[in-house]
Design a protein around this ligand. Structure first.
Ligand code: NZQ
Ligand code: ZN
Length: 385
């Protein structure tokens, strides 16, 4: 296990009725920016609960943060923070609203063009407004991490930044707020969280027993509770387990001291940038093909994954690995996420395009062994056609 320093400063309030805690988390004297998406929080009553909890404070609102939040949608919110002297931001919605809010918090006092924040992946961020979140979609882990992914449709770009300064100060996770999610978004959340765990776990053995067994338990929970919550959307306990599982998948604990491989996400982001495919769906396209391409270097972990996550213990090494990759594909398909490019009307021509775009940003050797070169990335996407 490698050395590590772990600090996650986000206070989580989990469970029914917890939105009222917004009132004790944000100072009574604060001037608040409430950031929201397209209106789901009005339809499901979350907005009313939030405004009740914020009573007495000066609150400005910025709506319309879209899925895959766009730089150009967020700039007016940055300006609003400056003109209204906002001193707290409250994000209410899914990962896109939370990510958008992180960008706004980092951009308010940023000198120069804030697109630079994305270009240097957060290295130049030196301050950020305090952020609180009310999460309504379990998926990204954004509620308890320092990452944000911002798109710029004008440039066909989707880039991320990471900064310890944008961890939410607090996050409210009330599973009941997620009951109104349409099946497609529930499935996207399950599929995204699953991939987050896989990318921190399925590399090579590092004798990190706590991280491995925690990761495996999250995967098993997603496999069990994901379909359960899709079939019974108001089953509180199933949903609560999905919400907490998705948070635990990307709040840092399972990734400390171990090799990681975020190449599925890096390739997937390009598919969203080029074709607008939902984030989780891009992962479902890339992951099985990537595991197949890397079955040699990932064999130790693939065999462990086969046995401990899928209960596959019969057959020789190669057939157990094949079965584990097939189970992964079947899992995505079973929750309603197709796993082939052609399912999204995208041809294999996208393969060299994605490889070239990553190469242009210096990503010519990704993966835990830096062995995914442009030609191999192209081959993975061709295999995913
Ligand atoms: O905009 P509204 O009206 O709120 O509707 C949203 C949106 O249309 C809707 N929704 C959210 N909560 C709802 C609801 N509808 C009904 N009831 C509710 N309770 O769901 C739609 C999708 O929302 P979005 O926030 O886009 O989804 P998600 O949470 O999956 O976020 C995806 C974004 O997060 C990024 C992705 O790249 C993508 O841009 N990621 C962020 C990460 C991070 N910060 O650590 C890591 C991830 O890997 C990921 O890249
Ligand atoms: Zn993701």
């Amino acid at each position: 296990m490698d050395n590590f320093t772990f600090h996650n400063p986000t206070r989580i309030h989990f469970g029914k009725g917890q939105i009222e805690k917004v009132g004790s988390e944000i100072p009574a004297s604060a001037t608040v920016l409430l950031l929201a998406g397209g209106g789901s929080i009005k339809a499901n009553g979350v907005y009313d609960q939030v405004t009740a909890a914020l009573a007495g404070r000066t609150v400005h609102e910025h709506w319309g943060v879209e899925a895959n939040p766009d730089f150009d949608t967020l700039l007016p919110a940055v300006e609003l923070c400056r003109t209204e002297k906002i001193d707290w931001v409250l994000a209410v919605g899914g990962g896109s609203v939370l990510d958008g809010a992180k960008f706004v918090c980092a951009a308010v006092n940023y000198e120069g063009d804030p697109w630079q924040i994305l270009q240097d992946q957060g290295a130049s961020v030196t301050s950020a407004l305090p952020l609180g979140t009310v999460l309504t979609l379990p998926a990204t882990g954004s509620e308890a991490n320092g990452a944000s992914v911002i798109s710029r449709r004008k440039h066909k770009a989707k880039l991320h930044f990471i900064s310890p300064l944008v961890y939410p100060r607090f996050s409210i996770l009330d599973p009941e707020t997620t009951f109104t999610l349409p099946p497609r978004q529930i499935a996207n959340g399950i599929g995204d969280a699953f991939c987050h765990v896989v990318e921190q776990y399925l590399t090579f053995p590092a004798r990190a027993a706590v991280q491995d067994e925690f990761a495996e338990s999250i995967l098993r929970v997603l496999i069990k509770e994901g379909p359960q919550t899709l079939a019974h959307p108001t089953d509180y306990d199933a949903r609560a387990n999905l919400v907490w599982g998705a948070t635990c998948a990307l709040q840092g604990m399972i990734g400390v001291g171990v090799p990681q491989d975020w190449s599925t996400h890096m390739i997937g982001h390009e598919l969203t940038a080029l074709h607008g495919i939902d984030h989780a769906r891009t992962l479902a396209i890339v992951l099985p093909a990537l595991l197949e391409a890397q079955r040699g270097t990932k064999s130790g972990k693939l065999l462990q994954y086969a046995e401990r996550v899928w209960g596959i213990s019969i057959g020789d090494d190669e057939s157990r690995i094949t079965a584990a990759i097939e189970k992964t594909r079947e899992f995505y398909e079973a929750i309603g996420i197709p796993t082939r490019l052609h399912d999204y009307d995208v041809s294999a021509d996208v393969a060299p395009q994605v490889a070239a775009r990553l190469a242009a940003r210096g990503m010519t050797a990704i993966g835990e062994h830096q062995d995914l070169t442009p030609d191999r990335i192209e081959a993975i996407l061709r295999a995913a056609a």
